[in-house]
Ligand binder design. Sequence first.
Ligand code: FES
Length: 105
Amino acid sequence: MLRACSVDELPPGESVRIAGPEPIAVFNADGELYAIGDTCTHQDASLADGWLEGCFVECPLHAALFDLRTGLPSCLPAKQPVRTYQVQVDEGVIYVLADAAEDAA
Ligand code: FES
């Protein structure tokens, strides 16, 4: 279980990147917390630097959209999904369950 940050440090519309088995991006999409692999599957852009659109994040480099719930890309140029991770909040701290990762492939 990886500590991301406190709930106060991740308000709606914000993201944070944390180290893990792979870099992980954690998002607050209108109050819902999501964690996905941070590295875009098209090239090496950091999705934590992208733009949130509802439950999707737009890659900052070539604008591929990834569904934060499934990790699946919804448009080109990305074709492969990013990994998704479970998120847990405990006493005001956001954790990512990196060991219990779901492979969306
Ligand atoms: S690096 Fe993300 S769409 Fe190209």
